[in-house]
Design a protein around this ligand. Structure first.
Ligand code: ZN
Length: 329
């Protein structure tokens, strides 16, 4: 009869030996294996972490490309991933309402980087305060009746605000992996130059011809930061209502607004076209011009598989669609 403590001691030794063997093997067989494991909350952040971390980090995303980051259904493997992470990176500004409980369940006690720390947020109703259809997330249960005072989380849609994201991510990585701090800072400086170049390019590309009243209609209110930075009005079709469909009055108001514009484009954000957008298209005679990536990257083989590609893709789509003058009827 082996006592409980005895078998535990043996098991403990076995584990210890296994660990040592794995470390030795790991060092021999996979010398390039990244030492630092980072879990980001969604695909856009994961790409930013990759931009700073390079080969020194392994980054995965909880919400995968193509999924809705406002909500998340964790699998058991996500808990393991979180528990074993060296660093967790989130957007903040209330975007990941599901995260606190998940971190507790996983038992993760490591550092948490809030990438948007220090960013000046827009109010969720601030960007288009006068418009009854402009705020709120139809698909986000946490944004119910009164969204006033709630920050708009989609700050990544402004590359100049993402400069701060990069600083926060860099500080986080350097903090847990000081040996590579110089490398992280160097990569960050390079990427920030790319962000500045992107911003200059988009400003030029999206500059408004004088005297045009132009707007882009999307399903959810994700583009206020982009709108502010590049001077294009965005109208969220599903904005005002927390139900899945806005009422007749909101729809009528939306149609009325669209008819007052000289240049307007409709875009969807996911694979399909929501009923409300189809209805607006029918009523105004405007086509749905395509898809914008707001809260997620595309899969690797898609047109927006990195943050920089996503921003360029969206800008190009918007510019093309607004150039084709389609007057709403
Ligand atoms: Zn969103």
């Amino acid at each position: 009869m082996t006592g409980f403590s005895g078998s535990r001691a043996v098991a403990c030794w076995r584990r210890r030996l296994l660990q040592v063997a794995l470390v030795v093997l790991g060092g021999l067989a996979w010398p390039a294996q990244a030492a630092v494991t980072v879990v980001a909350s969604f695909s856009i952040l994961a790409d930013l972490v990759r931009a700073v971390g390079g080969d020194a980090v392994t980054v995965t995303s909880l919400v995968e490309a193509g999924q809705d980051g406002h909500v998340f259904q964790p699998r058991p493997s996500d808990l393991t991933r979180l528990r074993d992470a060296d660093l967790v990176v989130i957007n903040g500004l209330g975007f990941e309402g599901w995260l606190t409980r998940l971190i507790q369940s996983a038992g993760y006690r490591g550092p948490l980087v809030v990438a948007s720390r220090g960013v000046t947020p827009l109010g969720e109703s601030g960007a288009e305060a006068a418009a009854p259809v402009a705020h709120g997330h139809a698909h986000d249960e946490t944004h119910t009746a009164d969204a006033a005072g709630t920050p708009d989380p989609h700050a990544w849609q402004d590359p100049t605000r993402v400069l701060l994201y990069i600083d926060n991510i860099t500080a986080g990585l350097a903090g847990i992996d000081p040996a590579n701090a110089a490398v992280y800072h160097q990569r960050a400086a390079h990427y920030k130059a790319e962000l500045q170049a992107l911003d200059a390019e988009l400003r030029q590309q999206l500059a408004a011809p004088a005297g045009t009243a132009r707007a882009v209609v999307t399903p959810h209110a994700a583009m206020a930061y982009f709108a502010q930075r590049y001077g294009i009005e965005f109208i969220a079709a599903q904005g005002a209502s927390t139900a899945s469909e806005p009422g007749g009055r909101e729809l009528a108001e939306l149609i009325r607004r669209i008819r007052g514009l000289s240049s307007v484009a409709l875009f969807t954000e996911s694979q399909g076209v929501p009923a409300i957008l189809r209805q607006v298209a029918r009523e105004t005679g405007l086509p749905v011009s395509g898809r914008l990536y707001s809260d997620t990257l595309s899969p690797p083989d898609g047109p927006a598989s990195t943050y920089l590609d996503m921003m360029r893709y969206n800008a190009h789509q918007v510019q093309q669609a607004l150039q084709t003058k389609v007057t709403p009827r």
